[in-house]
Design a binder for this molecule. Structure first.
Ligand code: NAD
Length: 261
């Protein structure tokens, strides 16, 4: 198995893309530290399911990644549990939409803390261990909104552009080591984060949910298909392989040609 001596932390892996990534890494043989919010018993079930399906160790850390000290504790707990953090996937993220004049300042702070600053804190905490072993993979789940903008997403777009900048800095600082840092930039992926935007649109425009879904895709994503958590998981596994050793500081769009226009 590609990653059977490795351990990974995947932030925000109780749902959506993060869970897809966690399962793909586990399938490749990697021990997994899940993180995120959610119902305790369903998280426990998910951990046992991953362990059973893939024969790896799976544990959970409840760090609220808007809090730097909790991120530090999560990296420490993973090191204690599995011996090391070889792979760090910064995935947790939230969305809030409003025109900038009406954008609540507490929502700005929350989006920047969760979608951007958490990446800085987790990389800062995990990198020393990777340097000691001279191997590591840091994968930041940015977004097409790290490359282009949309209205009413000031905090999200600013945070995701920041993630791409941070990715490039880390790639340069680790360039002569066996540690790489890259960003994956998904377009629309059908997860709870996007389902909420579809529901809001359907209510706002008084149209059926299926029509709202199609309108959302037609507006931005020329393929008219959602990317899937499984596809993003597979790309993450590839970035962890030796074949990807010289992919450094890259932004990999998985966006149905959104950013090709
Ligand atoms: P999601 O809402 O399904 O999952 C978000 C995860 O983050 C959950 O596990 C949640 O518990 C966790 N989380 C939220 N706040 C947290 C906090 N303070 N501390 C710890 N965990 C926290 O969302 P998703 O669509 O799977 O998004 C995952 C990532 O992908 C995000 O960074 C998002 O910006 C990015 N992304 C999503 C899409 C999309 O279309 N869904 C597109 C591009 C990028």
């Amino acid at each position: 198995m590609l990653l059977n001596d490795k351990s990974a932390v995947v932030t925000g892996s109780t749902s959506g893309i993060g869970l897809g990534i966690a399962r793909a890494l586990a399938k490749a043989g990697c021990n997994i530290m899940l993180n995120g919010f959610g119902d305790k018993s369903s998280i426990e079930r998910e951990c046992s399911q991953i362990a059973k399906d893939f024969g790896v160790k799976a544990a959970f850390h409840p760090a609220d990644i808007s809090k730097p000290d909790e991120i530090g504790k999560m990296i420490e707990a993973t090191t204690n549990e599995f011996g090391q953090v070889d792979i760090l996937v910064n995935n947790a993220g939230i969305q809030f939409t409003a025109p900038i004049e009406k954008f609540p300042t507490d929502q700005w702070d929350a989006v920047i803390a969760i979608n951007l600053s958490s990446n800085f804190h987790s990389i800062r905490a995990a990198l020393p261990g990777m340097r000691k072993r001279n191997w590591g993979r840091i994968i930041n789940i940015a977004s097409v909104h790290g490359v282009v903008a949309s209205p009413e997403k000031a905090a999200y777009v600013a945070a995701k552009h920041g993630v791409i900048g941070l990715t490039k800095v880390v790639a340069l600082e680790t360039a002569t080591s066996r540690i790489t840092c890259n960003a994956i930039c998904p377009g629309w992926v059908l997860t709870p984060l996007v389902e909420k935007q579809i529901k809001d649109r359907s209510a706002r425009e008084k149209i059926p949910v299926d029509q709202a879904k199609l309108e959302l895709l037609s507006e931005k994503q020329p393929s008219l298909e959602f990317a899937t958590p499984e596809q993003i998981g597979a790309m993450t596994v590839f970035l962890c392989s030796d074949d990807a050793a010289q992919i450094r500081g890259a932004t990999i769009e998985m966006d149905g040609a959104w950013t090709a226009r």
